[in-house]
Every structure is written in C-alpha cells, then in structure tokens.
Design a protein around this ligand. Structure first.
Ligand code: ZN
Length: 272
C-alpha cells in the first residue's frame, strides 16, 4: 500500500472509523462479506460519490444474479489479491547430477487496487436482490478459533479480564463483558499472548497492543450493534491524541483480526 494512490490507507480508514460513530456498522451492514479494509474503502467511495452503500459484486457477478450494471457507472476501487508466476532458477537438487539449472515457476501473491466492483444501487434488473446480515454466536466463534474460557481468578477488582496463550477469562463483574471478551480474544488472534499473560485493568495501559485489541473490540461491538463501542472508541481516541495515527501495519492487522472473529461466529459466509 502506498500513499501515492488516490484511495485512503488502512490507517486513515481506521482513524476515520474511530472518529465517526456508525461508520463501522454501516460498512459491516453493507459489505459484511468483504474484509474490513475493503468495506470501509467501499463505504468512503459511496459516501463521496453519493451512492447508496449496499451489496457489492463485479460486473460479471451482477450478471449472474440477473442484474445489469447501469451504463456509465464507474466501478468502486477495492484491494484484491492477484497471483502470478515468477520464473526462478535454482540448482538441481542432487550434487551428482549435471550442472543444468532448473527453471521453476513459483506462484506468488501480491495485492493490487482495481475498480472492478459495483454496489446494488449502480445496477438495474427485474430480479430484486436482498442480502441477509449474518448472525453472530460468540461462543461458537471462540470454539471455532480454538479459544477456551477459564475461571476468573484475579483478586484485583479492577481487572476486567485476561488472556494467556489460547485461554481467556472475563471478570464476572466486568463493566462491559462482551467488549472485554472481544478484547481478550483479539489479544490471542493478534499473537500477543504466546509468551505472556496479559491482564487488563479498567484503565488500560497505553501501548500499541492495547490499541490493537481495543480497536478489534470496537469493530466487533459496533458492527454487531453490541454495547461497548462507545467505551472502546473513547479509549482509542484518547490514545490517538498522543500518537498521530494508528500505523498502517497495525490497522491491517486490526481489520484482519476483527474479520477473523466475526467470521468465526458466522460459519455460513465466505470472505473476499
Ligand atoms: Zn488488553
């Protein structure tokens, strides 16, 4: 991802979502089968072009749904993976063989931005199209992710929850138990808990790991319309006052972790 392109970076998209209540919900509602980075990217373009956000598909994809993209409609730009073959030369495996070098085609992947997508509002056709918003089952998500709950055994009454390896616990008197559950699960998905136990107090530490986990909690809570988004937003906004922005690399990890959790609670859909 570079800043020279006309679209916003992941960091900018996350910053804007953190400062605009409702944006994540709108993005998830309209574009839940896309990654969060792409969903926010699509939403930004819809807003700036005054197009109703809604189900997305390619030109051909709409045709198979018996809908035609209207003449003159310009596609929305999303990030997509492309695979390509690269010729690599390598020495033959055996030392005793002749000196001929093997030429192999190695399959590699990179990400490019393409204007291939159109929302429902840019199409016409006789067949109406409706997209169901996926349901979410938190315990099923934890199970799918291989995360188990352990009894809460911290004596400090300020501790909201903790995470260690693939185990989480949430205080029975946590202020926002769902937000804390997403936060602890996020620590695990983000790889924070492999070597240490993370204990979360009501006043969270100001470090990038906490911002990452809390951003995932924000995305999950807001996308699902669950309580906790406001508190998460407050913490992240406060953090952002000191730092200028959430680094792009963190933003990409945050989007991916949130997507992983939301998908895990909804086994029926495939992500693009
Ligand atoms: Zn934490």
């Amino acid at each position: 991802m570079t800043n020279t392109q006309e679209h916003a970076t992941w960091g900018e998209l996350l910053y804007s979502a953190v400062h605009t209540p409702g944006k994540l919900l709108a993005a998830y509602t309209a574009f839940h089968n896309y990654s969060f980075g792409n969903a926010l990217l699509a939403l930004e373009q819809c807003i700036s072009r005054k197009i109703e956000p809604g189900p997305l598909n390619s030109y051909k994809g709409w045709l198979t749904l018996k809908r035609q993209v209207r003449k003159g409609e310009k596609g929305l730009c999303l990030c997509m993976p492309v695979t390509y073959k690269k010729c690599v030369t390598g020495k033959a495996a055996s030392e005793t063989s002749d000196e001929s070098e093997e030429i192999q085609n190695e399959v590699r992947q990179r990400f490019v931005f393409r204007n291939y997508w159109f929302v429902l509002a840019q199409t016409e056709g006789e067949a109406p199209y409706e997209q169901a918003i996926p349901g979410f089952d938190l315990e099923a998500a934890l199970q799918t992710l291989g995360i188990t709950r352990t009894p809460f055994d911290e004596i400090n009454g300020n501790v909201q929850g903790f995470a260690h390896q693939r185990v989480i616990a949430v205080s029975p008197i946590a202020e926002l138990p769902l937000k804390t559950t997403f936060h602890e699960a996020a620590h695990i998905i983000l790889g924070h808990t492999a070597s240490q136990k993370l204990v979360d107090l009501e006043q969270m530490d100001r470090n990038i790991r906490e911002v990452e986990a809390e951003s995932v909690a924000l995305i999950c809570c807001e996308s699902l319309g669950l309580p906790g988004a406001e508190a998460a937003r407050g913490y992240i906004q406060h953090w952002l006052q000191g730092e200028k922005e959430i680094p792009n690399q963190s933003a990409a990890r945050i989007f991916s972790a949130a997507q992983t959790i939301l998908k895990a609670g909804n086994s029926k859909e495939e992500s693009q």
